[in-house]
Design a binder for this molecule. Structure first.
Ligand SMILES: NC(=O)c1ccc[n+]([C@@H]2O[C@H](COP(=O)([O-])OP(=O)(O)OC[C@H]3O[C@@H](n4cnc5c(N)ncnc54)[C@H](O)[C@@H]3O)[C@@H](O)[C@H]2O)c1
Length: 269
């Protein structure tokens, strides 16, 4: 029998940062699979524009730096839809200005470190805490977006990568504390994913360096990550909890420097 468990019919899903790159692709995909999505974002005009085009979707203002805003966001969704089945913690503190300040630890400003943790770690924790009573009621689940940078050292983004590693451990803690209560919690780690913002801001030479390490013939697109999130959020993943699914085109799965090895051996060593 062909399984249709990847469908999300009848589910209510919140996507934080749902107005932007990967979050917007995930909102579109989840809506196409039958979910009623709540697009929660600090960029509320963009969230409304996206929600207007998706059946059953709503836009909800959210500032992850503001505890009250997070609690109101969850309450608004539950008031509107009467339930919550999926919390997708996708939003993060990003952007060229932030990236410029987030280098190595010796040169790290404390304010940047604190803000990164406020949005990424504290904001995710408060969203999970606010959603968990509703997810217990629906036997729902949480999908946290982290990053391949949480798994490997790099010259850049020391605060961001540490904050994403903290979310991996939060994922395991929630899976452990709430598994017997019917709530699953998983994480997805995208590698470099070609969102509109990243296409605009990321230096082409560095993009080529990442492309050289991928095991596919191209870098990931937002829709590639959306598919993984939709799977983890669906009943098809009912036996999967406390897990990290790395969706980076294989970049982190091999020793570094395969571009040079390819050049030495040719395409077929
Ligand atoms: N794009 C990549 O290459 C990549 C790689 C690894 C991990 N990720 C992760 O994927 C997720 C999505 O990234 P993206 O590239 O689509 O980002 P993006 O910048 O395109 O979108 C992020 C969204 O989050 C919203 N947001 C930012 N701060 C917020 C706040 N304080 N409160 C509420 N909303 C806020 C923004 O308005 C935006 O809509 C992030 O968790 C990111 O760390 C992305």
């Amino acid at each position: 029998m062909v399984s249709d468990a990847i469908r999300l019919d009848g589910k209510v899903a919140v996507i934080t940062g749902g107005a932007g790159g990967i979050g917007a692709a995930t909102a579109r995909l989840m809506a196409a699979r039958g979910a009623r999505v709540a697009i929660a974002d600090i960029a509320i005009d963009a969230a409304r524009a996206l929600a207007d085009g998706l059946p059953g979707a709503i836009a909800v203002p959210l500032d992850l730096e503001d505890e009250a805003s997070i609690q109101t966001m969850v309450a608004t969704v539950v008031d509107h839809h009467g339930r919550l089945d999926i919390l997708h913690n996708n939003a993060a503190l990003l952007g060229p200005d932030i990236a410029r300040q987030d280098g190595d630890i010796e040169h790290m400003g404390t304010a940047l470190w604190d803000r990164t943790y406020a949005v990424n770690v504290r904001g995710t924790m408060i969203a999970c805490r606010a959603a968990l009573p509703h997810l217990r009621a629906s036997r729902g689940n949480i999908v946290n977006t982290v990053s391949n940078l949480a798994l490997q050292g790099h010259l850049i983004q020391a605060a961001y990568s540490a904050s994403k590693a903290a979310i991996i451990q939060m994922t395991r803690s929630i899976a452990t504390s709430h598994g017997a209560l019917g709530v699953r919690c998983n994480a997805v780690a995208p590698g470099m994913t070609l969102t509109p913002a990243l296409r605009e801001a990321f230096p082409p030479a560095l993009r080529q360096a990442v492309e050289a390490e991928t095991l596919r013939d191209r870098l990931g697109e937002p829709e590639d990550i959306a598919e993984v999130v939709a799977f983890l959020a669906s009943d098809a993943a009912r036996n999967v909890t406390g897990q990290l699914l790395v969706a980076d085109g294989g970049c982190a799965s091999h020793v570094p420097g395969i571009a040079q090895f390819r050049a030495f051996f040719g395409e077929h060593p």
